[in-house]
Ligand binder design. Sequence first.
Ligand code: PRP
Length: 217
Amino acid sequence: DDANVITHALAKDTLSRLRDKHTEQVAFRKGLVKLGRIAGYEVIDGAMDTEYVTIETPLTETTGERVKGLDDVVIINVLRAATPFVEGLLKAFPRAKQGVISAGRDEEAGMNESGEFPITVDYVKLPDIREEDTVIVADPMLATGSTMCTVLGAVLDDQPNPENLFVLSAVSAPDGLLRVSEAYPEADLLTVSIDDHLDENGYIIPGLGDAGDRAFR
Ligand code: PRP
């Protein structure tokens, strides 16, 4: 398939709470934070090695292990729904550099025949990317993939190819995953759920509604 699905039981549990329409703002936001943390651990499992180091316990010298590459992480926050998601990721990658990009669908223009939305980009502030970096572009929703393709264009523009490039979402639609993987075959798509389909308005079904609104309103 085009994407890797995070199958950790706690990820499924948390996503199910997020889907529930009775989950109110605070619980919704906290759920996104929790999902971000779990996803961060999955990225570490999938992409990072450990190295042996010598450490001293209070009693003796012994061999320990450290995760390599934790200092070479760049997280891109796609405003606004990704903000709590990124907060969770930062628990796994406390020293990550962060980029911020405001990109959203022009809902008024609507979806075109090829299933894409025009994307409005308002604000872009990105750190330099280095070849050794693991770049994680986080957005809880990947619907048509229009937003993500635009964001990846901005993130990778004039930058060296990073060692790892993750596109991380909570819920995604098959069309969007396909669009992103065709445009950016070098990206590893990581999601908690591949949902059934997009409706005629480009909403993910069953989905979880509008993550930005549910977390912030
Ligand atoms: C949502 C979501 C993604 C985008 C996904 O953002 O957070 O950014 O839509 O849709 P796509 O894959 O079809 O492009 P929205 O535009 O609602 O902005 P918001 O996060 O500010 O609510």
